[in-house]
Design a protein around this ligand. Structure first.
Ligand code: CP
Length: 301
């Protein structure tokens, strides 16, 4: 079976560190035609700006060509074609598939059908492993290390696939975790048990203001309207947190704010011009990390 990236567990710690090393090289020298002659299929069943465009840019920078869709309305999915048939067909045309899909487990299912590698670009509330690798790259770049980081995760910790993948990856590097969420959106028990089983410390709070000073990384997340069945439930929690410049007065000098983006109200624009804001650079880092993922999965580096 070809090497796919569906969950962060598909890569060993050594492979993750290798990806980060390669990403640093691509950042120094982005024009490397390692994928000349390859075709990448980029199939997005859910909206995306950063993930899709950075994967497609990464493929173009490496000399590959990109086919795909970003709106299923224009595909035969709208006529009732199954995911199984869609993946079988796309695997006939491309050397690798990048897929985002709203259903948890859909990416693993696709990887079991496809004759080519599949990269999970987000499957529902489950996993977003390429985001995790770019988050690790951003942490390493800004903190000079990955070990023993104090990370505070804020917002939608229940449905946030980025925090689920990142928690699992950082557990390999002895991180200390704080979780800040309203009661309705707390980190699911399975992820807390994951940390407990590995004897890693975590704290849970609902207040943001008193939990900024001891963080190396504040990892903000959006409350995702699209994950709620009931709009009234979304309205209750949508504005739970809003980080403002005045709240950063006691922050560690090295503290950086990460956010997978898009943001809505959870980071006030007045934070953008502080030296703590790193979310736009973080998104740029994604392009180099995704070049490294392509090169690694396709055995070109
Ligand atoms: N971080 C992220 O997944 O952003 P998009 O939804 O814009 O791809």
């Amino acid at each position: 079976m070809p090497k796919s990236l569906i969950s962060i567990h598909d890569f060993s710690k050594e492979e993750m560190l290798h990806i980060l090393e390669m990403a640093a090289k691509f950042e120094q020298q982005p024009a490397q035609k390692l994928l000349d002659g390859k075709i990448i299929a980029s199939i997005f069943f859910e909206p995306s700006t950063r993930t899709r465009l950075s994967f497609e840019t990464a493929a173009n920078r490496l000399g590959a060509r990109v086919v795909g869709f970003s709106d299923v309305k224009n595909t035969s999915v709208s006529k009732g074609e199954t995911l199984k048939d869609t993946i079988t067909m796309v695997a006939n045309y491309a050397d690798l598939i990048v897929m985002r899909h709203p259903l948890e487990g859909s990416a693993r299912y696709a990887s079991e059908i496809a004759s080519v590698p599949v990269i999970n670009a987000g499957d529902g509330a489950n996993q977003h492993p390429s985001q995790t690798l770019l988050d690790l790259y951003s942490i390493q770049k800004t903190q000079g290390r990955l070990d023993d980081i104090h990370i505070t995760m804020i917002g939608d910790l229940k449905y946030g696939r980025t925090v689920h993948s990142l928690l699992q990856a950082l557990s390999l590097f002895n991180a200390r975790f704080k979780f800040i969420a309203p009661p309705e959106l707390q980190m699911p028990d399975e992820y807390k048990s994951y940390l407990t089983d590995r004897q890693l410390a975590f704290e849970e709070h609902s207040d943001l203001t008193g939990n900024i000073a001891d963080a190396d990384i504040l990892y903000m997340t959006r409350v995702q309207r699209e994950r709620f069945q009931d709009p009234i439930e979304y309205e209750k929690v949508k504005d739970s947190y809003s980080l403002k410049k005045t709240m950063l007065a006691g922050a560690r000098p090295n503290m950086k704010i990460l956010h997978p983006l898009p943001r809505v109200n959870e980071i006030d624009p007045d934070v953008d011009d502080t030296h703590h804001a790193y979310y736009f650079e973080q998104a740029r880092n994604g392009m180099f990390v995704r070049m490294a993922i392509f090169a690694h999965v396709l055995g070109c580096a």
